[in-house]
Design a protein around this ligand. Structure first.
Ligand SMILES: [Ca+2]
Length: 304
């Protein structure tokens, strides 16, 4: 695996086989790219592409294999061997080329700067909660600028974390995140026209620097009213937005995150309150996914 330490706009990857073309010479290889070392895109499918063959009468250079990476921006590149001689791996050289004239930039800088800065924060705020359904606003302003770090097609708290935690000189907090965060509906059943709350609740949470999730709901059954923080989460910023789309879908893009170096949340109890209004009679726990709110620790930017 390669870690370039920053995002590079890539051009190509080259595999040079070992001189003898013996054990370990690769016939099929997958090449993946990532911005965070967690979420990977398959850029070259070894199974689907033609098997690599080698002319042993020629020089290594002439037998090199090239994987086109034009249009790919990544901090990490991962190679997995699908098929090789005797199942070993050998290479004379592995080379990654960047696009001519392009400069590396920090993960979380949608303005493509070496360091995450105020302009990235402003850009983040301008496009909070957008998704592929917003078209160019998301695709051009966020996705193509490597802002959708978990690559789920939505600009969400996971993505914001890479910007927020790096601002103002960056967080100095450390430690592994653990515990659980979930939604607790105020009532089991709600009549049409009534408002109700969903308490965003932590259980034995440790080292939380941000939390949230994309919470889908049916806008013909529910209406968003508000999302507000509890005192327990200190200075975390409320980056929650509600989105309704023309195709009849909607979500509360729940997001709270510390900016720069702020105290982590540790403990149990309510973190925030979501208020919704019922359009028809509903059982809140059947309307929204209550489990599995993401907990994000301060070390997300440097995952080994
Ligand atoms: Ca995302």
């Amino acid at each position: 695996m390669f870690d370039f330490g920053a995002v590079y706009e890539l051009y190509k990857f080259e595999y040079y086989p070992r001189d003898s073309y013996g054990s370990g010479t690769v016939k099929r290889m997958n090449v993946y790219s990532s911005l965070d070392n967690v979420h990977w895109n398959l850029e070259w499918n070894g199974k689907e592409n033609e098997e690599w063959s080698y002319d042993e009468n020629r020089e290594v250079d002439e037998n090199k294999k090239t994987v086109n990476l034009e249009g790919v921006s990544a901090r990490y590149l991962k190679l997995t061997i699908v098929e090789s001689k005797k199942n070993f791996f050998a290479a004379h050289e592995l080379s990654v080329y960047k696009k001519d004239g392009s400069k590396p930039f920090a993960v979380g800088s949608t303005n493509k700067n070496e360091k995450v800065s105020e302009g990235d924060y402003i850009n983040m705020k301008n496009y909070l909660g957008t998704s592929v359904k917003d078209g160019a606003n998301f695709v051009d302003q966020i996705q193509k600028r490597c802002g959708d770090i978990n690559r789920n097609g939505v600009y969400d708290v996971y993505d914001y974390a890479f910007t927020m935690f790096a601002l103002d000189g960056g967080t100095k907090q450390t430690g592994e995140v653990s515990g659980r965060i979930f939604l607790v509906p105020e009532r089991e059943k709600v009549k049409a026209g009534e408002t109700f709350t969903l308490a965003v609740t932590a259980k034995e949470a440790v080292n939380v620097n941000a939390f949230g999730k994309v919470l889908n709901y049916d806008p013909s059954r529910l209406e968003f009213v508000s999302a507000s923080p509890e005192d327990s989460i200190g200075q975390m910023e409320n980056l929650t937005v509600n989105k309704r789309y023309g195709d009849g879908t909607a979500y509360v893009n729940l997001a709270f995150a510390n900016r720069g170096d702020k105290k982590l949340y540790n403990g149990s109890g309510a973190l925030a309150m979501i208020t919704m209004r019922a359009i028809v009679e509903v059982m809140p726990k059947d309307e929204m996914e209550c489990e599995g709110i993401w907990l994000i620790g301060p070390g997300i930017r440097e995952r080994e």
